[in-house]
Design a protein around this ligand. Structure first.
Ligand SMILES: NC(=O)c1ccc[n+]([C@@H]2O[C@H](COP(=O)([O-])OP(=O)(O)OC[C@H]3O[C@@H](n4cnc5c(N)ncnc54)[C@H](O)[C@@H]3O)[C@@H](O)[C@H]2O)c1
Length: 438
């Protein structure tokens, strides 16, 4: 099939690359000329495991091209996927203007060429948006919704072997085409579920809202644990041994960040406002997530009696989660900004996200390896649970730090181990460990 993917961000580029890998011919269109130039040189504009290798294979097989020329991208397309961003707008609502702009572009192309591609909205959009896209196309093409559930850091694997594929689709021909297109990715317990368009749009928001809710819930319980002398590790283990609760997205820490959960939770709240059906749980989920970061940075400041002027603080991990260089709404941004504005010197290390982070927080000093970030620091703060932080050389850590203080925002170490190693150790929902008197 001949596919056009509009938007070459995390979703569009992975979608285009994976469809090209199963034998389709794919043109990826983006309005960012720099991004397109990078892609035309065969390079991915962001870090995502296995993406570059897969891209190279499809480019060499001449099944994957990149362009910023709309006319050539839309020419002869059987299917057009809209994968552009849907950020939070200035009024707090989901900004669907990029999606609708693409719909207008397609409408004028279709009018010029008399073609009839199937137009599929993959961007996460509020209920009713896919029908707005259909209105802009004035009935000239079949329109469907096909939300994406990939996770950054695991995007290729998630796309190739999804838990399920959801399609909001109300046209029989389009159903047949999508069934064929997704054939190589579904089956063997991975269903292709076809619903009406509005339900499909809602599945995406409801799923993200549920996952965000699990994270805020365990964070709320972790602060109760701290205040009542319980240990969240034990509480979590006890809870997770109930099959109905499960273990995933249920770890205490700095809360969620990234390009999806924060904006999608807000979009659900706004959808509730618009429908006069206030989403109380989601409002609390959002508030708890915000509070979690504020509480953690307050804990750091409190350790220094609210005077960090002249102190040097090292951050381990800057991306919003491991295995990505995406820093959108990363907790490390809020932590770094607060510490810098309080007068601290902040050094950071991340295996992938140093450039993207420095664009957001130019005053941070970036270290080229995890140990040099610690040199002369008065504390280290773990903001992202990259695997290389899980078992460092603690003797080297101690030798480099000016004071033996660890703030573990992701609970990657055990408090007892840290006490034995001689650290003052703060984590989430567990007792703080003071340095043993010798
Ligand atoms: N990032 C994720 O993990 C993820 C997962 C699932 C769903 N989603 C959803 O998928 C959508 C895309 O997310 P993303 O993270 O890939 O976005 P992104 O911001 O990384 O990329 C969007 C791309 O669209 C391009 N673009 C904007 N307007 C355009 C236009 N008119 N024509 C052509 N290109 C245009 C931009 O230049 C940019 O390269 C969002 O709705 C998001 O909520 C994201």
């Amino acid at each position: 099939m001949k596919i056009t993917v509009v938007g070459t961000g995390y979703v569009g580029l992975v979608t285009g690359t994976c469809f090209a890998n199963t034998g389709n011919t794919v043109a990826c269109l983006d309005i960012d000329p720099q991004k397109v130039e990078t892609l035309q040189q065969g390079e991915a504009p962001f870090f995502e495991p296995s993406l570059s290798e897969l891209m190279t294979r499809s480019i060499e097989a001449k099944r994957l091209v990149f362009t910023n020329n709309k006319a050539s991208a839309y020419e002869n397309a059987d299917i057009i996927f809209i994968c552009v961003g849907t950020p939070t707008g200035i009024d707090g609502r989901c900004d669907t203007s990029h999606v609708l702009q693409v719909a207008d572009d397609i409408a004028s192309h279709v009018a010029d060429c008399n073609s009839q591609p199937i137009v599929i909205v993959k961007s996460t959009v509020p209920v009713g948006t896919t029908h707005k896209v259909a209105e802009r196309l004035r009935g000239t093409c079949a329109v469907a919704n096909n939300p994406e559930f990939l996770r950054e850091g695991n995007a290729i694997e998630d796309f190739m072997r999804p838990d399920r594929v959801i399609c909001g689709i109300e046209d029989d021909d389009a159903k047949r085409v999508l069934t064929k297109l997704y054939g190589p990715f579904v089956g063997q317990g991975r269903p292709l579920l076809m619903f009406d368009i509005r339900s499909s749009e809602m599945v995406k928001y409801a799923s993200n809202a549920m996952l965000a809710c699990k994270i805020s819930f365990i964070n709320e319980i972790s602060s109760l644990c701290e205040r009542n002398g319980a240990n969240i590790d034990n509480v979590r283990t006890g809870m997770c041994s109930d099959n109905r609760i499960g273990t995933q997205f249920f770890r205490p820490g700095l809360g969620y960040g990234g390009s999806c959960f924060p904006k999608d939770t807000l979009a659900v709240i706004e959808m509730g406002e618009d429908a006069n059906a206030p989403c109380l749980v989601n409002t609390a989920v959002h508030e708890i997530n915000k509070r979690q970061r504020e509480w953690f940075v307050d804990r750091i400041l409190g350790h220094f009696d609210y005077c960090v002027k002249g102190k040097k603080i090292a951050l381990w991990g800057l991306a919003f989660k491991p295995r990505t260089d995406d820093v959108r709404d990363a907790p490390a941004i809020d932590i770094a900004r607060t510490l810098l504005s309080a007068g601290a010197e902040v050094t950071g290390f991340d295996p992938e996200a140093w450039e993207t982070f420095q664009q957001e927080v130019p005053d941070i000093e970036i270290a080229m390896d995890m140990y040099s970030a610690l040199d002369g620091a008065d504390a280290v703060v773990i903001c992202t649970e990259w695997s290389q932080f899980s078992a460092p050389d603690f003797e080297q850590v101690k030798a480099l730090l000016n004071s033996q203080v660890i703030f573990d925002g992701r609970n990657i170490y055990t408090p007892e181990d840290m006490r034995e190693l001689g650290f003052q150790y703060y984590s989430v929902g567990r007792p703080t460990m003071e340095i043993c008197a010798t």
